[in-house]
Write a protein that binds this ligand. Structure first.
Ligand SMILES: NC(=O)c1ccc[n+]([C@@H]2O[C@H](COP(=O)([O-])OP(=O)(O)OC[C@H]3O[C@@H](n4cnc5c(N)ncnc54)[C@H](O)[C@@H]3O)[C@@H](O)[C@H]2O)c1
Ligand SMILES: [Zn+2]
Length: 671
């Protein structure tokens, strides 16, 4: 290949890999698999070795992949936060072992650890208390995310035991358990929020949120795996891990001390089979030379230590046949293509469907009917098609074309600017949208109607008994028709009708969430209800008024306005109002407006289960109290929630300022 072509290939790789790094670290929405990413990085690295004079100083082979963001304070790392060399091959591991033995002889041990699939975090402790938490960032400096990290229960705010130095840094991996991921992600989908592809992305996205209250609602965990002290306290990494366990840190119980590379390989083989039984994702294992003296001898490259390496498991892949593509219409009208596959065994389960995400994905794969396709189950929960084995394509097979019209109701599909998903706009008459809306309305997080499930909704709809949410409240008039339904005894009918009747008492915020207005999730519904107090002021709110509210952005404001513009929605709301549903926020109104706090000053700190800090501020101010900006002798009360900063608490104690809970605050108000 002529030199200029090699240079072109290298430049193209640099450009592409930098883009993938950005998608992965900053957006937390990668578009290629880790394996493909690593193969491209390896190709670039090989070319750079052969043609060092062509190497771009900005090459992704020379630096850690992340970036710092502008949303957080930037903090420089005392010790750089590096990446790890990685490989997918056992042969490479043996060569790694050879290199080490050449350098330090054969008297050494490895610590084998699981490679947790999350994001790395540096924690600094001073006098036994968590002082700061910083992301890896670009390796030299990272984002200060202390407030968010304090919400993680597994990270001690205050240390146990003794023997820890006054000042030290400890590093580990913040991650989310698979069960929490699945639960929260399906909530996101129901609320029309973009789902995360896997627990790693969910954890990374969460740590970068601006609202610590929201972070606290998403359970994160953390395993610690590196201790950094100014003066070495222990001789080995293994001893450090055991010590930090005593101080209260969460250290993985599966770590293993191995005497040689064969034992390491055994560990790798064991976890290659058993990793699916863990409650969290790992993407490989990490081996580290145990002795610190030997680590020092081996040193570092620009990007990673020479005394450690990661062995990564390749996502499991299988080949099968694409039988057909079907299109599912969701409650919000989003039309999702699903691949129906000839059943195949993959990562321990029988797979017969794979997600195709959207129309772009179908054209990217250039799918044809009957294609032989490769499916992969990587970090993602739902398997996906990675590529087509085009050699096996039958001649004359038909290309898969994404439809223009809704498969359920025949309406022309629309695609909003900047979005990849197609929607059916017929939200009041497209069958799956109707039943989906009613199912959402009765769900536990919305109106929590007992005695009625998703299947009942489908049946009632098919029988023509319900077509809109408001029809639920007319069901009691249709007792005869209900009795004629199969498998629907008198008891279940009366349970259902009672459940419906009781739902009339559900608070305004639940009704608002239940209506299923696009982008109005649970949290936003709560904020809106607290701010606008009733449906009439919400309906008449202007765009500017809407976006001035905390947490309402342009997208949500536009969606609210569009919703109330539709006469069919207004008609529904009138019917629900007549039926007796709550369209006004109560309780907090009662607490508002008094003068019990007059002349008193407050500071609110930490995270509260039942209130946002804004709500507490409003509560204090409307009862005559004042919020101060810093703790001083002028402060009367510190209202403390969970995970507040230890320095604040200390200062308040020093000044003898009473620390109260939100419940105590409420009782002061309603005295
Ligand atoms: N798909 C994409 O678009 C894309 C883009 C960029 C990066 N990536 C993936 O990310 C990798 C690069 O990320 P990276 O630099 O974070 O490297 P890495 O994930 O391969 O390895 C280093 C990281 O492993 C983590 N880790 C987990 N368990 C550990 C343990 N027990 N001990 C020490 N560290 C542990 C730490 O966070 C550490 O920073 C690439 O190899 C690629 O697979 C993918
Ligand atoms: Zn439709």
């Amino acid at each position: 290949m002529p030199l200029f072509e090699i240079k072109e290939r290298m430049d193209a790789l640099v450009k592409e890999l930098n883009q993938h790094n950005y998608n992965y670290y900053v957006l937390a929405q990668p578009t290629i698999s880790d394996y493909d990413f690593d193969k491209k990085l390896e190709e670039l690295s090989e070319l750079e070795k052969q043609y060092p004079e062509l190497q771009d100083p900005d090459s992704p082979t020379q630096k850690v992949g992340g970036e710092i963001t502008k949303e957080f304070k930037t903090v420089k790392h005392k010790w750089p936060m590096l990446s790890l060399g990685n490989t997918y091959s056992e042969q490479d591991l043996r060569e790694f072992d050879e290199r080490i033995r050449k350098s330090i002889g054969s008297d050494f041990e490895y610590v084998c650890e699981l490679k947790f699939d999350g994001l790395s975090m540096s924690l600094t402790y001073e006098d036994g208390k968590l002082l700061r938490a910083v992301t890896r960032g670009d390796g030299t400096q990272g984002d200060d995310v202390t407030t968010n990290i304090r919400t993680i229960k597994r990270i001690p705010g205050k240390l146990k035991g003794e023997g820890y130095p006054d000042n030290f840094e400890i590093r580990g991996e913040v991650f989310m358990h698979r069960a929490a991921f699945e639960r929260l992600n399906s909530e996101r989908m129901k609320n029309d929020e973009v789902p995360y592809a896997n627990p790693r992305n969910f954890a990374a996205g969460t740590v970068k949120l601006q609202d610590s209250g929201e972070v606290a609602r998403r359970p994160l965990d953390c395993f610690l795996y590196f201790l950094y002290t100014d003066r070495r306290l222990y001789r080995t990494h293994w001893d450090s891990l055991n010590a930090v366990k005593e101080w209260g840190f969460h250290v993985c119980e599966h770590n293993k001390l191995c005497r040689n590379i064969d034992e390491v390989l055994q560990f790798i083989h064991y976890w290659s089979e058993n990793r699916f039984n863990l409650s969290y994702d790992i993407d490989g294992i990490v081996l580290k030379v145990n002795s610190y003296a030997q680590q020092d001898e081996l040193g570092f490259t620009a990007k990673s230590p020479r005394w450690a390496i990661a062995y990564k498991y390749k996502a499991e892949e299988a080949e099968t046949i694409l039988e057909s593509v079907s299109y599912q219409v969701g409650r919000t009208g989003a039309v999702t293509p699903v691949a129906n596959l000839k059943p195949v065994l993959l990562a321990g389960t029988r797979v017969k469907r794979a997600t195709l995400h959207n129309a772009n994905e179908i054209s990217r794969l250039d799918l044809h009917e009957g294609d032989a396709v490769f499916v992969e189950k990587g970090g993602e929960i739902i398997p996906k098609i990675t590529s087509v084995n085009t050699i096996k394509r039958q001649s004359g097979s038909k290309k898969i074309i994404y439809p223009d019209i809704c498969p359920e109701c025949g309406s022309n599909l629309i695609r909003r600017e900047g979005e990849a998903v197609h929607y059916c706009p017929n939200d009041e008459a497209c069958p799956p949208q109707i039943t989906g809306k009613i199912q959402h309305f009765i769900s536990r997080k919305a109106m929590n109607i007992e005695g009625m499930g998703s299947e009942t909704v489908e049946t009632l709809y098919r029988k023509g008994l319900i077509e809109h949410i408001s029809d639920l409240y007319l069901l009691h008039e249709k007792a005869d028709a209900l009795k004629e339904m199969d498998r629907f005894g008198e008891k279940s009918i009366s349970n259902m009708l009672e459940g419906i009747e009781r739902s009339k008492q559900m608070p305004f915020e639940k009704v608002l969430f239940g209506l299923g207005i696009r982008y109005i999730g649970e949290t936003v519904a709560r904020k809106i209800a607290a701010y606008f107090k009733n449906i009439d002021s919400l309906m008449s709110a202007t765009y500017d008024e809407l976006i001035s509210v905390d947490e309402i952005g342009e997208r949500i404001a536009e969606s609210i306005i569009a919703y109330f513009k539709d006469p069919r929605h207004l008609q529904q709301i009138e019917k629900l109002r007549t039926a007796g549903l709550q369209f006004e926020a109560e309780e907090k109104v009662v607490l508002l407006a008094g003068n019990n706090l007059e002349g008193k000053t407050f500071i609110i700190s930490g995270v509260f289960e039942n209130f946002s800090r804004d709500e507490l501020t409003a509560l204090i101010e409307s009862n005559g109290g004042k919020i101060l900006s810093s703790i001083s002798g002028k402060l009367n009360y510190l209202v403390a929630g969970d995970n507040m900063g230890p320095s604040k608490l200390e200062k308040a104690k020093k000044l003898n300022i009473p620390v109260i809970t939100d419940t105590e605050l409420l009782s002061m108000i309603s005295k």
